[in-house]
Design a protein around this ligand. Structure first.
Ligand SMILES: Nc1ncnc2c1ncn2[C@@H]1O[C@H](COP(=O)(O)OP(=O)(O)OP(=O)(O)O)[C@@H](O)[C@H]1O
Ligand SMILES: [Mg+2]
Length: 373
């Protein structure tokens, strides 16, 4: 029996590309702990750039097929793993340079108009990423109408503790596997919040610096509607990897679109894609109705030079899930809406991974991880 040649196995793996990142798995540093055994067994880990990778199975079978072409390979043992990689910086200001300690990617969920389903998308996106195995936080930056705690079913307040170096810090409560922080925790009852000027800046800064998130792969940021002070301050303060833009299919005011475009361009935050929400309603007779018209998603995607990631149906259970504090992906995981939200989350993770790979130089080969046994 001939032991497979280590270099031949490595070269075979060099023929396998990550379809999104368009480079081979070895160059991308995704092949780890490669071992070749006397009896013809080849074992290695493939470390993807996100646990939510939609191409996981394809990459695994491509790698398997490639390795099996090498003479002497009888058995393959492939473990799929993920490590979310950091990318560069967007935004300006001191925080943008450093980022939030421990947080790898900040994904903003934004819209030109109110009431289009930003918070619903944020909640289901964050929960779906957590269901894929990622470490996720959700920051409710809608300081005027914070409703994320309700939608996530969080009843507990953040805990305060004093860090010897950082001073007073909030520890966010968790729900559905997601760490949640919201202005809603800090205001009493139903009183409206009016923050202006320096106070506003202060509270946002606290939000960004005084929360102990721990290690997060993704921090989803639910932005308030519009393109005003809060959005701009946050976009400048934080290094966001990209923005998911939510819209309804209704015709969108071109002026709103222009404002939103200007804002994101100014802070150099790329659009990861568009979500068209409330695209159709399926009646009891099975007929689909386009209650809010058609075409809004495509139009917005075109303006932002991006794509429509997913279209979402209008489903009463989605709203009920929000009211009950149980996102639809938890409440009815098999439903059409939940399936689409899960798919959306994988596509968002994919877009983030592509951008991180574009910015970071390909990691150097980790020779120490390869060995011939
Ligand atoms: N796909 C959907 N199907 C049914 N109801 C939905 C859907 N998306 C959102 N909703 C409901 O529509 C209402 C508005 O949604 P949501 O609060 O998520 O919007 P928003 O853009 O965050 O609003 P605001 O601008 O006030 O922050 C909520 O009651 C929510 O439950
Ligand atoms: Mg909202």
């Amino acid at each position: 029996m001939k032991k497979p040649d280590f270099d031949a196995v490595l070269n075979a793996l060099r023929t396998v590309n990550d379809p999104d990142l368009k480079r081979d798995l070895v160059t991308l540093g995704m092949i780890r702990d490669l071992k070749v055994f006397e009896d013809g067994k080849v074992a290695f880990r493939i470390v993807l750039t996100t646990p939510a990778c939609p191409l996981k199975e394809q990459i695994k079978s491509d790698a398997e097929r490639a390795v099996r072409t090498v003479e002497g390979v009888k058995v393959t043992e492939i473990v799929m793993d993920a490590e979310v990689r950091r990318n560069g910086k967007a935004g300006a200001g001191a925080l943008a340079e450093k980022g939030i300690p421990g947080v790898t990617h900040i994904i903003a969920v934004s819209s030109g108009k109110g009431g289009v389903g930003k918070s619903t998308v944020s909640v289901n996106l964050a929960t779906s990423l957590a269901l894929e195995g990622a470490k996720v936080g959700l920051l409710d930056a809608d300081i005027y109408g914070p409703n994320i705690p309700t939608m996530m079913g969080v009843t507990e307040n953040p805990k305060l503790f004093v860090d010897p170096e950082k001073g007073e810090m909030f520890v966010p409560p968790s729900s559905h596997g997601v760490k949640v922080m919201s202005m809603g925790f800090l205001i009493q009852g139903d009183q409206p919040v009016i923050w202006r000027g320096p106070m506003l800046h202060n509270i946002l800064n606290q939000f960004c610096t005084k929360v102990e998130w721990g290690e997060l792969d993704y921090l989803v940021l639910d932005l308030p509607p519009g393109t005003g002070d809060v959005q701009l301050s946050l976009a400048q303060m934080l290094p966001m990897t990209g923005a998911v833009i939510v819209t309804t299919p209704q015709e969108i005011s071109l002026q709103d679109v222009r404002k939103a475009l200007n804002m994101w361009e100014k802070v150099k935050v790329p659009a990861l894609g568009v979500v068209e929400n409330m695209s159709w309603f399926t009646a009891d007779d099975g007929k689909q109705y386009r209650i809010f018209g058609e075409g809004g998603g495509e139009l917005l995607a075109k303006k932002f030079n991006t794509r429509v990631l997913e279209k979402m149906p209008l489903v009463p259970a989605v709203r009920e899930g929000g009211d009950e504090g149980k996102p639809i992906v938890i409440r009815q995981p098999e439903s059409e809406a939940a399936t689409l939200f899960r798919s959306l989350a994988r596509k968002v993770a994919q877009e983030v991974a592509i951008r991180a790979a574009d910015e970071a130089a390909a990691p150097s080969l980790q020779i120490g991880n390869f060995q011939s046994t």
